[in-house]
Write a protein that binds this ligand. Structure first.
Ligand code: 5GP
Length: 113
């Protein structure tokens, strides 16, 4: 299975993941290898390879992903203690899955960088 397909299969529920939110546009699920007590991945249901492929035409989906990430942070009650939103891009950015995704991390004091 190629790595892009992992996230596509999670959306279609062909491989198991702890999906915590899904609607017509996005899917959010727990990271399989969490780096914080809360580590949720938020992806668009329609494939976008990485943030370089965001343009004027599809900008709405990125703002919707951000909006829903904030909503999830509030639902998980980490909004007051704080959290981090990360988008890795390509090799130097540390992107291992070539499918646009937001990392939502919280539940502990994260290291500064
Ligand atoms: P990246 O390194 O591309 O920014 O992030 C990819 C993330 O996807 C990693 O944090 C990794 O742990 C997570 N991940 C990779 N494969 C799976 C999987 O099969 N299921 C889930 N739930 N997360 C995955």
């Amino acid at each position: 299975m190629n790595t892009k397909n992992i996230f596509q299969k999670i959306i279609k529920k062909k491989i198991s993941a702890e999906i915590i939110y899904q609607d017509k546009k996005i899917t959010a699920f727990n990271d399989i290898s969490p780096r914080a007590p809360i580590h949720i991945i938020i992806i668009p249901n329609n494939f976008i390879k990485n943030i370089n492929y965001i343009d004027k035409k599809n900008l709405n989906i990125l703002s919707y992903m951000m909006y829903k990430s904030i909503k999830i942070a509030k639902n998980k009650k980490i909004h007051k203690s704080g959290y981090r939103i990360v988008i890795n891009c390509n090799k130097n950015g540390g992107q291992t899955i070539p499918y646009l995704h937001i990392h939502l991390l919280g539940g502990k004091k994260l290291q500064n960088f």
